[in-house]
Each structure stands twice: as structure tokens, then as C-alpha cells.
Design a protein around this ligand. Structure first.
Ligand code: SF4
Length: 263
């Protein structure tokens, strides 16, 4: 909350309290005239609506007012612009760049990871570096060049020191992912990593229990598998990851959810 807004609210509270308790039309404010109260309340109202020239309007847009804009964004470019100026959670304060996502706007597959890491934060792009190259190879193993899919994260801003995202950060950022999916309308979502899988599927289950079958998020089929960064640390998970991606391939080839799953 910026100082003028806090001051205006305090004055408004004092005004209301005195109005309720005062006899007749008496109004006494210690530090401001009636005109000053009206002026500062009007100024705070413009700030809350994001009015031009209002201090703090660009960097602190009202989160509640931004919500409908997200749901109504007509295309990915408009949505990316909202993310670029987003301050719905405190992660905007520490990020270097927002990482909105990239890929084909009509992709059949959307890959969803947890949150930007250091390289992503530097570049503003999702899944770069060694994990990104491995993701490219995994996707190619089922005939999907990186440019044919859409790649993004649950969170669009990097948590400091790569700490786990907080529930309130996930809740604040979820409307962006939902709108991305609504605009792209993928046939399958691949959740890469335990955090993305648990978040999308709203479960605390281990990734090992979630992979190998088809789940659903907001009406979209979801296949959960290991994050490429985890594969770099544990190459033994490459085989099960490849099997999970085969589920995706079979679904894209027209095999139903139940038939596509492993076993
Ligand atoms: S993580 Fe999402 S909600 Fe939080 S500031 Fe970044 S874009 Fe906004």
C-alpha cells in the first residue's frame, strides 16, 4: 500500500467514525480540512483505478481490478503485456524478467513447469539451458519440435533463490495459466515435475503415483512426468519419462485417455 492511499484511508475512517458519533453536522479532523479529505480520497480513487499520472498506478495495479482483464485478454500478446506489468504477488519485486511462456499459439501440447529459474529469469524465456535442451530432445522423441508446442510455467516470476512457490503466489498467478490454456486450447498438457503436477492436479501425491496415467485440469487432459532438470540429476528416470511421453503421443494419434495410459 502506498503512503497517500494509507493516509486517505485513515482520513476516511476518521471521517466516518466522527460522522457516526457527531451530533448535528459537526466534523472535526485534527490534521486536515474537509476539502483536504475530499481531495485525498479522490486521489486515492484514481490510484486504485490505475489513472494516468497517478503515483504508483503503473507498478501497483489493483489486483482485483486486474483479474477481469486477465480473463478477457483476447490473445497471448495482450496477456503477456499484463504479466509484464503484474504485481498481483510480491515476486514482481525480485524478478529480473517475467517469463510468460513461448511457442505455437495453436499448439496441441502445452508443457507446464514449476517456475522460472535463474537462467529463465535472466532471459525471460522458459526452459532454457541444459534442462531446456533435454526437454527439446524429449519432445523430439515423440515427433514434436519445440516450436510446435507451447511452453510455460505455473508461476511467471522467479521465486527468490528458487524457493518453493507459496500457495498465495500460485493462487495469484493461476488466472494467467488458465487464460493461456483457454486461448491455446491444447489437446494435452504435460506437467513437468512434482510441483507442477501437484499444483495442477491439486494433490499432495508423489509424482511416482501421478505419472503413467491421464488426469484432468480445468477440462484439459494432463500427463505428469519428471522435470528435465531432475533427469539431469537422475538419468534413471529417463525411461519412465519416455514412457509418459508415449502416452502423449498415443493421445495425439487419437487413442483415448484410458487406452493411452501405461499398462
Ligand atoms: S508470479 Fe504471477 S502473479 Fe506473481 S507477480 Fe509474477 S506474474 Fe504476477
Amino acid at each position: 500500500m502506498n503512503p497517500p492511499d494509507a493516509g486517505a484511508r485513515a482520513l476516511a475512517q476518521a471521517f466516518l467514525e466522527q460522522t457516526l458519533s457527531a451530533e448535528g453536522n459537526a466534523l472535526m479532523l485534527e490534521h486536515a480540512t474537509r476539502e483536504e479529505v475530499v481531495r485525498r480520497l479522490a486521489s486515492a480513487g484514481r490510484a486504485a483505478r490505475g489513472g494516468a499520472g497517478t503515483p504508483g498506478a503503473r507498478t501497483s495495479p489493483d489486483a482485483a481490478a486486474t483479474g477481469p482483464k486477465i480473463a478477457e485478454a483476447p490473445d497471448l500478446e495482450t496477456l503477456a503485456a499484463l504479466v509484464a506489468s503484474c504485481s498481483r504477488c510480491t515476486l514482481h519485486e525480485s524478478r529480473k524478467n517475467p517469463v510468460f511462456g513461448e511457442g505455437a499459439a495453436d499448439a496441441r501440447v502445452v508443457c507446464v513447469g514449476e517456475a522460472p529459474g535463474a537462467r529463465e529469469d535472466e532471459t525471460g524465456r522458459p526452459f532454457v539451458g541444459r534442462a531446456g535442451h533435454l526437454l527439446d530432445r524429449l519432445l523430439m522423441s515423440i515427433g514434436l519440435p519445440r516450436t510446435s508446442v507451447y511452453i510455460c510455467n505455473v508461476l511467471k516470476s522467479r521465486p527468490p533463490r528458487n524457493r518453493d512457490p507459496l500457495p498465495e503466489e500460485v493462487a495469484a498467478c493461476a488466472p494467467y495459466l488458465l487464460r493461456q490454456l483457454a486461448l491455446i486450447e491444447p489437446e494435452v498438457i504435460i506437467a513437468f515435475g512434482a510441483f507442477a503436477a501437484r499444483t495442477l492436479l491439486e494433490t499432495k501425491s508423489a509424482l511416482g503415483r501421478l505419472r503413467g496415467t491421464v488426469h484432468h485440469y480445468s477440462g484439459y487432459p494432463v500427463v505428469a512426468t519428471y522435470h528435465p532438470a531432475a533427469l539431469l540429476r537422475n538419468p534413471g528416470w529417463t525411461r519412465p519419462t519416455w514412457e509418459d511421453l508415449q502416452i502423449v503421443r498415443r493421445m495425439l494419434d487419437g487413442v483415448g485417455d484410458r487406452e493411452a495410459r501405461i499398462g
